[in-house]
Design a protein around this ligand. Structure first.
Ligand code: ACO
Length: 404
């Protein structure tokens, strides 16, 4: 297929031969036209457009359109898209009842998995997904309603009444309104913070075949309901090696506590007692391009809020400086990833740590659903069915219980 890609289908068809690749380190599970990553050079393109240009000049809903349809919208297409998404942000009143079944201290990601999965009971789409128009409706519903559900998770865990969406606000501003507005005063989100949140959404919108996207594609390959597929993606994202990393970064910074403890902490990392969260990436063996953009955004937000001397940010900068100059990290090609900085920005926006992965899920929904749509549009689509290397017992005969 190319210099460094081997298509093994021709060799293995009709045989018992297969590749053994734990963690899919060198196995492509599909073809895709959505996102390109060059991990060695630190490049990330959505549909051919560099992430730096999109983060600087575009906005999240435009990026959503690009990921779904493959091209940037013209002015009329953009207006229609934004209108449709904006007008479908409400959720069915019965869906709000699901929240009452959760303990008040439930993790918001646990609620996300449950409530987004429950959308499948409201939109019983499984039988219709062969129809591209029907898939489009599912896509719109998800992008529109996911911020509403995410904000409801936050409000429920804090014992606050749910806020209705506001159609006069942008996607990110409306999310902030649903999170933070109170009935007592008019809430006007700060434009610098709205822009920062929009950028976090854009940077997390897609990242090709990561664990959660692969989960969504695999679930979708059986023809499952799209909302159930996205719930599967949310469940996969939750882990600290994936979307839970920005939450883990903040916990790590809290544990380190002070710049004076950094050297000792780094010794523990090198002794492999624990990992430096927010560092390293399966694909990027160079700077994560999203991390550079996030660092600038972090500066802007801290300046806007007068938090330049924030101790957590100073601590993070010290860790970064030491790690980037340490032979252990250089040799292993461990650089900061996007989540090293996004946690600090989210924290400055007053978003609690337990909501960080929810924000990631909100932003990644468009990537998941674009991959789901792409995989179902493929006329040669097959159900995903990895093989295994069996290492269990050889054939043996059953022994009755009184003889064991
Ligand atoms: N801190 C210290 N050492 C690390 C780290 C880290 N964060 N990440 C990798 N290493 C070391 C490993 O100990 C290993 O060393 P060894 O070769 O001596 O055994 C080597 O680097 C390779 O590590 P692997 O786990 O094999 O690398 P892999 O590509 O499988 O892991 C991962 C990638 C899971 C992201 C890893 O770097 C990690 O755990 N990072 C911290 C969690 C994190 O920030 N995750 C966010 C990812 S980005 C995202 O989801 C948006």
């Amino acid at each position: 297929l190319g210099n460094d890609v081997v298509d093994i289908r021709a060799f293995t068809k009709g045989t018992n031969m297969f590749t053994f690749d734990p963690g899919f380190v060198s196995t492509a599970s599909c073809e895709s036209k959505i996102t390109f990553i060059d991990g060695e050079k630190g490049l990330l393109y959505y549909r051919g457009y560099p992430i730096e240009q999109l983060a600087e000049k575009s906005d999240y809903l435009e990026v959503c359109y690009l990921l779904i349809y493959g091209e940037l919208p013209n002015a009329e297409q953009k207006k229609q898209f934004v209108d449709t998404v904006t007008k479908h942000t409400m959720v069915h009143e019965q869906l709000t009842w699901f929240f009452r079944g959760f303990r008040r201290d439930a993790h918001p990601m646990a609620m996300m998995v449950g409530v987004v999965g429950a959308l499948s009971a409201f939109y019983q789409d499984s039988l219709e997904i062969a129809d591209p128009e029907h898939r489009k409706v599912a896509i719109y519903r998800l992008i529109s309603k996911i911020p509403t559900i995410a904000a409801m998770c936050y409000r429920y865990s804090n014992g606050l009444p749910f806020n209705f969406p506001r159609n006069d606000l942008s996607y990110a501003a409306n999310f902030m309104h649903m999170m933070f507005a109170t009935p007592c005063e008019k809430y006007e989100p700060n434009p610098v913070l709205v822009r920062a949140l929009d950028r976090i959404f854009t940077l997390h919108a897609d990242h090709e075949q990561n664990a959660s996207t692969s989960t969504v594609r695999l679930a979708g390959s059986s023809g499952a309901n799209p909302f159930a597929c996205i719930a599967a993606g949310i469940a996969c994202l939750w882990g600290p090696s994936h979307g839970g990393a920005n939450e883990a970064v903040l916990k790590m910074l809290d544990e380190i506590g002070d710049v004076s403890n950094v050297a000792e902490f780094m010794e523990g990392v090198k002794a492999k007692k624990y990992r430096l969260m927010g560092f390293g990436h399966r694909v990027y063996k160079n700077m994560d391009p999203r991390a550079a953009i996030m660092k600038t955004t972090c500066d802007e937000v801290l300046r806007e809020l007068g938090l330049e001397n924030d101790p957590k940010f100073k601590l993070a900068m010290e860790l970064e400086k030491i790690a980037l100059n340490d032979p252990y990290f250089i040799e292993k090609k461990l650089y900061p990833n996007v989540d090293f900085y996004s946690g600090i920005v989210l924290s400055a926006l007053n978003i609690p740590v337990s909501m960080f992965t929810v924000i990631f899920a909100l932003a990644r929904t468009v990537g998941w659903i674009s991959h789901w749509n792409e995989s179902l549009s493929d006329p040669n689509a097959k159900i995903g069915r990895p093989r295994q290397l069996y290492t269990g017992a050889a054939r043996r005969d059953f022994v009755p219980v009184d003889k064991r």
